[in-house]
Write a protein that binds this ligand. Sequence first.
Ligand code: URP
Ligand code: ZN
Ligand code: ZN
Length: 487
Amino acid sequence: MSSFDLIVRGGSVATAVDVMRADIAVKDGKIAALGSNLGDAARIVDATGRIVTPGGVDSHCHIEQLSAMGVVNADTFETGTASAALGGTTTVIPFVAQHKGLDLATVAKDYHALAAKGAIIDYALHLIVTDPTDVLLTEQLPELVKAGHGSIKIFMTYDAMKVDDEQVLDILLKARELGALVCAHAENHGMIKWMVQRLLERGYTAPKYHAVSHPRGSEAEAFNRLITMSELIDQPVMIFHVSTEEGAATINAARARGVKVWAETCPQYLFLTAQDLDKPGTEGAKWCCSPPPRQARDIEALWAALERGDLQTITSDHAPFSYDEKGKLSAGPNPNFKQIPNGMPGLQARLPLLFDAMVSKGRMEITDFVRLTATAPAQIYNIADRKGSIAIGKDADLAIWDTEKEVTFTDETMADATGYTPYVGMTVKGWPTTVVRRGDVIVDDGKLTGTAGTGQFLPRTGGKAAAPTGKIAPEFDPALNFGAKLI
Ligand code: URP
Ligand code: ZN
Ligand code: ZN
C-alpha cells in the first residue's frame, strides 16, 4: 500500500517567502511531507519544469447573489467555483447578502444551501449587512459570527444597500465586541447620486458615463470617513476594491499614522481603464463596475501601493451579469448607464492575469504573487490554519503552473456563466493547468474534474485582523469619564 495519496513531483514550490525545489506528499487532504525521495503514492502528478503555488484564495467575489440592482448574478456556486478552479483558485469568500427588510439568519441559511449544493472548491462567507436593526445587532449577528462568519461587509453607496454613518458606527462597534472584521464598499453616495442626475438630465446616458458618474474624489472621501470612524471605535477595517491614486494615498496616510486598515485592489483596476467603457452602442455595459476602471496613472499608483504593502490582497470582485435581458440589459435593450447592473467576471482570469504581469513579465516576485493572491487573504480572513500556503499540515490546495503556456482570452474560453470576459483579446503567459483541492485533482491538464457539492464551508472568527488593537480609543477611555458606556 502506498504511504501517500498523492505526490506532486519535481516542481518548484513557491510560497510567500521562498521558492524551493521540493516534492509535495499528501495524505487525507493535507500536506504530509515536503522534500525529495518521498516514496510512493496512489497518484503521482509530474510537475517537472512547473511552478507549484498554493491554490488561490479569492476573498471578494459575488456568486449566485442578489445584487444591489435586484438582478441575480449569472453564476451559480457550481459555475462560479468551476471557473475559479480552472483559474487556479481553490478557496472563495463570497457573500450572504441581506437586502433591506430581510431576515439575516434566513438569508444566511439560503446562501449556505446554495453553496453546499454547488461549490467545487472550499468557501467561507462574508455577511452583507444593509439593515442593522436592534435584533440583527444584538441577536443575529452574534450568533452568525459565532457560527463562523467572521467578517461583515457594508456598502456606503447604492440606494438599496447603503448604511449611513451612524449605522456604520453601530456596525463597527458591534464588530469590535464580536471580534469580527468589517469590510466596506466605500464611495461617497451623495457625490455619485448628484453626478448621475446631472449626467442623465443632460442626455449623457451611454455606458461610458458610468465612469464619469463616480468622481475620483468620491473614493478617497469615503475612505477617509470610514477610516476616521474606524479610529473612533478603534476597530480595524478592510477597504474593498481600491481604484484611484488618491484612494491609495489615503490608505497610505492612515497606515503611516498607525491605523489598522487593510485594503485590496482587483485586476479591473490594474489592467483596464475608463476608456474600456467607451464602446459602440450598449457594449460598454460589460465594463460597468463600481468603482469604475480609472486612468493609466491610477494603474501605476496601485502597483506602487501593492509594492509598498498598503494594499495587501488582490481579489476578483467577480460580479457576473450576462449581456442580455437577464443581466446587463435587464432594464431593456438600451439602458442608461444607471440601469446597468454593476460588476464583471474575474474569478478565472484573476490569477493568470496576475501571474503574467508579476511573474512572466517580472513586475514583482513570485513570492509577492503568492502573498497577494493566497497567503495574505488567508491570514486576514483567518483561514490560514488551513489555506493560503504550502506547508506541512495545511490543506493540500495547489496550482501547478505551466509557465510557457500562452492563452488569449476569448469569451468562449471562460468557464463562468457570464458569456463574456472584460479581458477579451489579452494574451497571458503562464496557466494553472493542474489544480489540487484538499489532495483531489480538480483540474487535470486544463479540464475540470472536480464535482459540485464537494466544497467545504470554512468557519472562522474575525481573527487577528479584527481584534481590537489593545489600546482603547480615547473617546471610550473610562478614565476620561465620558463615552465609556458606549462600549
Ligand atoms: O461593480 C461591482 N463591484 N459590483 C459588485 C458589487 C460590489 O460593489 O461589491
Ligand atoms: Zn463593492
Ligand atoms: Zn464586490
